[in-house]
Design a protein around this ligand. Structure first.
Ligand code: ATP
Ligand code: MG
Length: 303
């Protein structure tokens, strides 16, 4: 895997972890109630972080997450500036989320409104996804009659996430939490899908993560299920342009061109044999990728 350039040092915060795209910080004073999630401009594809970064990407994804959070009627992890946390440093203000630090449930709550990607691959092998039997004859990208909940076990660092059945998720987190994760995920997905559809965008699938607030009172239902991480961004979701998707005359690949790193993936597929380090992205690919992220943001939010 590509070596990450070191994340910025931030006043009042200690860097604790970097994923492929985001950098996490905790308060330098040792308190554990907050977490600062900073979206970098890094872009990853085929499990590699690519060079160069996409200027403006972190800010766009952060704004989009915040926009969705404000429209979802489930308690979320965003913490106000008055919550006792250190101030958010100005240099990352447009791409940082100040959050309550939660105990995360080890489940990636995936909801699929369409069958594609790893879900389609599993269906081709078994006729089912995460134990949910689907009708025969579905093709890549077909919309499902109703959205399905297809959880994955969030594997410890360095291991691959693994699709699991709902029953297995109940063994991992208990019946009550498993049902709450499923029901909240399906409800949020359905509302988001309908809103996206009004704006000419197909929400094909997405992944939510939830946690539990260890500081909430026992019996406080709102503290037991808190929506965390990023929500409904193009890094955590697959969005398609509705006018292309519903144009039966187009080749399938064009109908299913996603609103994220499709341009990067296509360019890499044509210019790299997937051996060794990927080549640097040319300027025009960087610009086109930014434009694609910006277009989704503008379409959804109308801004
Ligand atoms: P990848 O680069 O493949 O996404 P990753 O998931 O390890 O790897 P990130 O997504 O950048 O990397 O990491 C964010 C981490 O922070 C995730 O493990 C997520 O579950 C966790 N997280 C998100 N919000 C909170 C929160 N409010 N409290 C505690 N942990 C959180
Ligand atoms: Mg992640």
């Amino acid at each position: 895997m590509t070596q990450l350039s070191s994340p910025p040092q931030l006043d009042g915060w200690t860097h604790v972890y970097s994923g492929k795209v985001r950098d996490l910080y905790v308060p330098a004073d040792g308190s554990d109630a907050h977490l600062l999630v900073v979206a970098s401009n890094r872009v990853s594809a085929f499990d590699h972080v690519l060079e160069p970064p996409i200027p403006g990407k972190g800010a766009l994804l952060t704004t989009l997450s915040n926009w969705w959070f404000s429209r979802i009627d489930v308690p979320n992890h965003l913490a106000g500036e008055g919550s006792g946390a250190p101030a958010v440093p100005a240099e990352v203000a447009d791409r940082a989320m100040l959050t309550r630090r939660l105990e995360m449930y080890p489940i990636e709550c995936v909801v699929r409104g369409a069958l594609t990607g790893s879900g389609f691959a599993e269906y081709q092998r078994t006729g089912a996804v995460c134990g949910i039997e689907l009708p025969a004859g579905l093709e890549d990208g077909d919309l499902l009659e109703t959205p399905i909940y297809t959880p994955a076990y969030k594997a410890p660092l360095g291991e691959h996430d693994e699709n699991i059945t709902y029953e297995r998720s109940a063994e991992l987190v208990g019946e009550e939490v498993a049902a709450a994760l499923r029901d909240a995920s399906l409800r949020i997905f359905t509302a988001a899908r309908d809103l996206a559809a009004e704006r000419g965008v197909v929400l094909a699938d997405t992944k939510f993560e939830f946690g539990r607030d260890p500081r909430a009172e026992a019996g406080d239902a709102a503290g037991a299920l808190v929506l965390a991480d990023e929500v409904l961004t193009s890094d955590s979701s697959r969005y398609w342009d509705a006018s292309a998707y519903f144009d039966a005359a187009l080749p399938r690949a064009d109908r299913l061109a996603s609103f994220d790193k499709q341009i990067v993936r296509d360019w890499l597929a044509a210019n790299w044999d997937k051996q060794g380090e990927p080549p640097a992205l040319p300027d025009e690919i960087v610009a086109q990728t930014y434009a694609r992220y910006a277009e989704l943001h503008a379409r959804l939010t109308g801004e």
